[in-house]
Design a protein around this ligand. Structure first.
Ligand SMILES: Cc1cc2nc3c(=O)[nH]c(=O)nc-3n(C[C@H](O)[C@H](O)[C@H](O)COP(=O)(O)OP(=O)(O)OC[C@H]3O[C@@H](n4cnc5c(N)ncnc54)[C@H](O)[C@@H]3O)c2cc1C
Length: 368
């Protein structure tokens, strides 16, 4: 350009509103901003969550567990998200909130343990059968446990430290964050608060967890499919710290930054966050059967409400009136948060959507 003033242009600059500041909304806000968008994050709650804040992300165990027993067409996307965790963590404000110590998985028989190892290998990940002695070495427990295996590709993110760290990262990147801001209505390009303030942008990302209101469901009807899945966790004391996660059927133990948690229950269509001590006692009994006398309950227990989708996988992509939906993350919201942000960013910038990402579109339920 000769003569006139130099104008810096951002050829791909987009304005994006993200509604919801849980794990999903925060990861989306950060990633969109890193991709060059101008981002408004609107969150009805406070900036500093605790276990008792009514959002799933704060209550979670935080396991980043991409390999499970269940066969799924989405297994490779889960692994992609796990790899993104490792890549994004370096130098991030929340670097110290995440550990990648793998997992010890207990299965009912040697054949099932071998099948899990084979599945991990098929997905290109390392796993090995553990003898009873190796189980003790890996976990620090004294119990004799047969039919266990160790899988490398697993970790844990400390949810509260993550939420704070993601908030700091968003702030440092210049995401415009509005807390105590309850969104009433959305369209493909606007979000209107209860007070009547209207935000306008090129795209609106909806990440309300299980808390979508009727106006949001009208704009993005797939949200109707999201059911409440109440879950309870308890903090436990162990003689020695736990390294890898321990998963055994319906229970698990996960070492976070400052505690070890025992989880978890699942009750559909329950929105309350009351702790039922009898159900915590059931979790503890299951831990006792596996590891007699080695897991002690503390006073601390809490509940959260997961946004459950019909197939347990998130709904990511355009829906209804053109709103971008990032919802229904079920039991794996922390695991799937980075890939969700990646996919949403691709939709916002009109990038190519590979078939395995398109398979997570909310439309999949309409087709079925
Ligand atoms: C007991 C338990 C254990 C779990 N363990 C794991 C685990 O080990 N690993 C794992 O990957 N996942 C786990 N999960 C699941 C995971 O926590 C969820 O899938 C994930 O947190 C969902 O994140 P989200 O951001 O969609 O929802 P939320 O965390 O609920 O966030 C939604 C946000 O949207 C805001 N919002 C809603 N409506 C509005 C509005 N109108 N205006 C403005 N803001 C609004 C809410 O205030 C909230 O902050 C667990 C969950 C529970 C309850």
């Amino acid at each position: 350009m000769r003569g006139g003033p130099i104008r810096w242009t951002w050829p791909f600059m987009k304005d994006v509103i993200v509604v919801g500041g849980g794990a999903i909304g925060l990861f989306c806000a950060v990633r969109l901003r890193q991709g060059g968008a101008r981002v408004w994050l609107l969150e009805s709650g406070h900036e500093h969550p605790t276990y008792y804040t009514p959002i799933a992300s704060a209550a979670a165990a935080g396991m980043i567990a991409p390999i499970s027993n269940e066969p799924s067409v989405h297994a490779t996307v889960a692994l992609e998200s796990f790899d993104l965790w490792r890549a994004m963590r370096r130098g991030a404000e929340w670097e110290d909130a995440v550990r990648f110590d793998g997992a010890v998985v207990v299965r009912p028989s040697q054949a099932e343990a071998a099948a899990f190892v084979a599945k991990a290998a098929q997905l290109g990940r390392k796993a090995q059968i553990l003898s009873a002695g190796e189980f003790r070495k890996r976990t620090g427990f004294r119990a004799k446990v047969d039919h266990a295996l160790f899988v490398e590709a697993e970790g844990t993110a400390d949810p509260l430290r993550m939420l704070t760290g993601l908030g700091m990262q968003a702030h440092a990147l210049g995401v415009l964050r509005f807390y105590d801001t309850d969104v009433w209505e959305v369209t493909a390009t606007t979000a209107t608060t209860h007070e009547g303030k209207v935000f306008e942008a090129d795209a609106v990302v909806l990440a309300p967890g299980v808390w979508a209101n009727d106006a949001m469901i009208k704009a993005a009807p797939a949200l109707k499919q999201v059911r409440a899945g109440k879950g309870m966790l308890a903090a436990v004391a162990l003689e020695a710290g736990l390294g890898p996660n321990l998963r055994a059927g319906e229970i698990y133990l996960a070492q976070r930054r400052e505690d070890v948690v025992l989880g978890s229950t699942l009750e559909f269509d329950k929105f309350d966050r009351k702790v039922d001590r009898a159900k915590i006692a059931d979790l503890h009994s299951a831990a006792e059967r596996l590891l007699p006398g080695e897991v002690t309950l503390t006073e601390q227990a809490w509940a959260g409400v997961r946004p459950m989708s019909p197939d347990g996988w998130p709904m990511i992509g355009p829906n209804g009136e053109g709103v971008l939906l990032a919802a229904g993350h079920s039991r794996d919201g922390w695991l799937m948060a980075p890939i969700t942000a990646e996919i949403i960013t691709a939709y916002v910038f009109d990038n190519e959507i590979p078939p395995e990402w398109a398979a997570l579109s909310p439309e999949r339920f309409e087709q079925s």
